[in-house]
Design a protein around this ligand. Structure first.
Ligand SMILES: Cc1cc2nc3c(=O)[nH]c(=O)nc-3n(C[C@H](O)[C@H](O)[C@H](O)COP(=O)(O)OP(=O)(O)OC[C@H]3O[C@@H](n4cnc5c(N)ncnc54)[C@H](O)[C@@H]3O)c2cc1C
Length: 382
């Protein structure tokens, strides 16, 4: 089997890139190791600029029709409960990955992509100038371009020998859906509560549910006894506002979703000649709530460049350098600021200072909110 492009991973970056390339007339194989629908660890807050990517992909109405909730405000609290509330620059959406990823995968297949759920990619060999040979499930597939859209960290990072793996990362993340009387208080607001050992987001999704998702230090998990419920109780609920909210909510997910070793360090845009998109190219700190919008945006950035390469209108080296430049221009500043705020959120004094600064200097808060996300505009014409 031979394709113009092979996309590894059917999350937001993979589905969007596959669909957009297929719409431009390229043959695309999209391999996803899990089957849909499936729950996935994520805060499920779709920041405002995600909507322009959805519009471009022609799925915005479908996302809304799936029951996405709408948010217009953000509430930030420090570990001692100091709070500040602000308007978002535009409305944001909340939809669980259970629905969203399946919707995007089906959209890609409708656009002509050969989508294969339940199919893991285990090996990639080759280069842009020779073409690639890829082990997809039990098959070997040839492709001219390969996209790594397999998320924040995977076994392929090891086989591709990516340097970021050498750095230690001490973060764990958990998520579950909740419901109850407090759900109404969160109905149009994304809340972010900082606490000793981590920070926790609350955001509404479909069916009057609240996504409760947090990232914390492994030490806080160990000190609490090793379970997510204990970590929430012993560490995060020391924040009185979060504690009060959770008193009015009960968990409806049968279990917590968990991830370990969340890698927030810089990554390369290419591993060998495999083109990395979404989290595989670089993951923004979760408190920015911008990872999914960025995953969609990498698809919007890379598609026209990849299409020009496949059509013979751009050389391999021009494709590589244009994508690297486009990525840095779009995300470089936001990634650095996100790392800085993430570090502050883990220090109670710094978190308090940040929240108080936002409270007494609303223009500073507006600047922070805007600078940790994009404007939803494309530097290329489609
Ligand atoms: C605690 C936490 C909270 C977050 N909260 C938010 C939030 O509220 N808002 C937001 O915008 N972002 C949030 N994020 C970030 C967001 O989840 C990611 O940025 C986003 O999912 C990246 O999308 P992606 O398509 O790059 O990768 P993913 O969505 O991770 O998709 C990768 C896909 O590749 C598949 N895959 C992996 N390996 C293989 C393989 N070898 N073969 C085939 N398939 C494979 C996986 O099964 C997966 O479906 C959060 C992250 C964390 C850790």
């Amino acid at each position: 089997m031979s394709y113009d492009a092979l996309v590894i991973g059917g999350g937001l970056a993979g589905c969007s890139t596959a669909a957009q390339l297929a719409r431009r007339g390229h043959s695309v194989l999209l391999a996803e190791q899990s089957t849909y629908p499936r729950h996935k660890l994520c805060g499920e807050f779709l920041s405002p600029e995600a909507q322009s990517s959805f519009r471009r992909l022609e799925v915005l109405d479908a996302v809304r029709d799936a029951g996405a909730s709408m948010m217009t405000r953000t509430l930030l609290t420090a570990p001692n409960g100091t709070a500040t509330e602000h308007a978002l620059p535009d409305s944001a959406l909340g939809l669980s990955r259970h629905y969203l990823d399946q919707l995007l995968f089906q959209h890609a297949c409708t656009a002509g992509v050969d989508g294969r759920p339940g199919t893991r990619v285990t090996e990639v060999q080759g280069r842009l100038d020779q073409g690639f040979s890829v082990t997809v499930g039990a098959e070997t597939v040839e492709a001219r371009l390969v996209f790594g859209a397999y998320g924040r960290r995977g076994h392929l990072d090891r086989t591709l020998d990516r340097p970021f793996l050498e750095q230690h990362t001490p973060y764990v993340g958990f998520k579950a859906h909740y419901t109850g009387p407090s759900a109404a208080d969160v109905s149009n607001t994304i809340e972010l509560h900082s606490a000793p050992g981590g920070y926790c987001g609350l955001s509404p999704v479909e069916d009057d549910r609240i996504n409760v998702c947090w990232i914390g230090h492994t030490d806080a998990l160990t000190d609490a006894g090793g379970t997510p419920a204990a970590m929430l109780k012993e560490s995060l609920r020391q924040n009185p506002v979060l504690d009060e909210r959770l008193r009015g909510l009960h968990r409806v997910s049968d279990q917590f979703r968990a991830v370990s070793q969340v890698p927030l360090m810089p990554k390369s845009r290419f591993a060998g000649d495999v083109c990395m998109i979404g989290d595989a190219a670089g993951m923004i700190a979760p408190l920015c709530g911008d990872g999914m919008a960025m995953a969609l945006r990498t698809a919007d950035l890379v598609t026209p460049l990849a299409s020009e390469y496949l059509d013979g209108r751009r050389s391999a080296s021009s494709f590589r350098s244009a994508y690297r430049t486009a990525w840095s221009n779009a995300f470089g500043r936001r990634m650095r600021l996100g790392r800085w705020i993430h570090a502050a959120a883990f220090r109670p004094g710094a978190a308090r200072f940040l929240v108080q600064s936002c409270r007494f200097l609303p223009p500073f808060a507006r600047w922070l909110i805007r600078t940790t996300r994009g404007r939803g505009e494309l530097p290329y014409s489609n």
